[in-house]
Write a protein that binds this ligand. Sequence first.
Ligand SMILES: [Zn+2]
Ligand SMILES: [Zn+2]
Length: 397
Amino acid sequence: MRDRIRELVEKVKNELVEMRHHFHAHPEPSFEEYETTKFIANKLKEYGVDDIRVGCGGKEAGVIATIRGKSEKPMIALRADIDALRMAEENESLPYRSKNEGVMHACGHDAHTAVLLATAKVLSQIKEELPGSVRLIFQPAEENAAGAKEIIKAGGLDGVDAIAGLHVWAYYPSGVVGFRKGPFFAAVDMIELYVRGKGGHGAAPQFAVDPIVIASNIILALQTIVSREVDPIEPAVVSICKIEGGTAFNIIPEEVKLVGTIRTFSPQTRERVVSRVEEIATNVAKAMRGSVKFVDYYSTPALINDSKFTEFASNIAKELYGENNVVEADLNMGGEDFSLYLEKVPGTFFLLGTGNKEKGTDKPHHNPNFNVDDDALPRGVELLVNIAYEFLRRGSS
Ligand SMILES: [Zn+2]
Ligand SMILES: [Zn+2]
């Protein structure tokens, strides 16, 4: 079967790259992936995929589809995220650069979408020999962590026994694959602090309570949580990334807004860091005659890969590409809402290297010059097809 799959992947290569370029030229931001969704649904129809459901979360964005093989069960899900970012592309000379001004596929989700479509095509071609079913999840809104929960609500995981997904990775050489058992991506909290003071004249601070000075003290005090309160071998980050306050050079404002993020792995550390941010901010403000309103938009749990499934998938990668091309991925303080699927079913999220200096595809993700090495993408297809086929054949990982 491996040779047969390789042959079919070889045949789908040109279409895969064409589709990637199409998505790159027509990026749509989170939960506005309407044209992308139509394109995906049409392709799946063309490939003869049995069951195609469009939309989730009350929007016509995202697709949940199923390829039925010889039997309904077991069922493995494969997921791609399909959204782009609100940022201007600077790849001036790229023939397929973004045609939607101010929106760009700068994370590689164009590649994920094309890879999963090509995977669907290959799997449809071997449908008669599939000892189970494959659920295809084209998830909208990964970047703002809103999509996975809507896919789950829409029944995306119903009947699913395991799940796999990949992210292209500019930091690995093209074609190198990275796996990690257990904790992989961090839990994400988005926090907002409203520091209240009392407005007044910049020349008469004695009649005011200056929220800018209070906010400054809070920001510095928060830095002691990770350095002084968290176990040094436990990863954690507290970053204040946005400060909003004031209107003129001589007016002490009423309020300053601080926006930031907390990244942790264990639920205990998460709870502790979040509550300490609130306590420190509240009490620093109190000591300085102000007050604080604290809001925590808890976003995604830590992504925890199933060890057995990850071992199973990485062994397939080693058999296909050799030990040298398969690495152990590092812990990542970024977030990925694939974590929500992994809370429900076992599976693995892995990285596919697309970094190539000569081709200029080694820029960081979310950089205005980001791009993906197309030559690495067939590996993504071959891996997903083999992982799905092997899982269904064995009935487990
Ligand atoms: Zn991203
Ligand atoms: Zn991404």
